[in-house]
Design a protein. Sequence first.
Length: 135
Amino acid sequence: MGRGKTADVVSVSTAGYQARVTVRGHELTVDEPAEDGGKDTGPTPTELLLASVASCYTLSLRWAAKHRNLPLGDIQVTANGTYDGLKFGHIRLEIGGDLPAGEEAALLRDASRVCYISNTLAGGVEIEVALASAS
């Protein structure tokens, strides 16, 4: 994605706290755990946020390795969010796996530079909420 492009995701309430989310023909279910009033039929929105940052960073590491012509074996990015009231006050990404020795810092620096999700979260994105126009 580049500057000026947009991404659209649609979420439709289906029952209780459950929602059906569609994006580019893909569909997933979002829900809350049973102890929070949901039916636990899918990840929570906050889990999806952590999944977004972890997966984006994983892909960014792959890009960084390819950009540097470095071999990159299996890698794992674990995202852990610490709640601070109604938001995450801290998100930690832990990187594991087969990173080329001596290149770890450069790969992390490059991946951090190009990861859309971590850059968005760190930049304090503006969120606009508007009612849909009647059809």
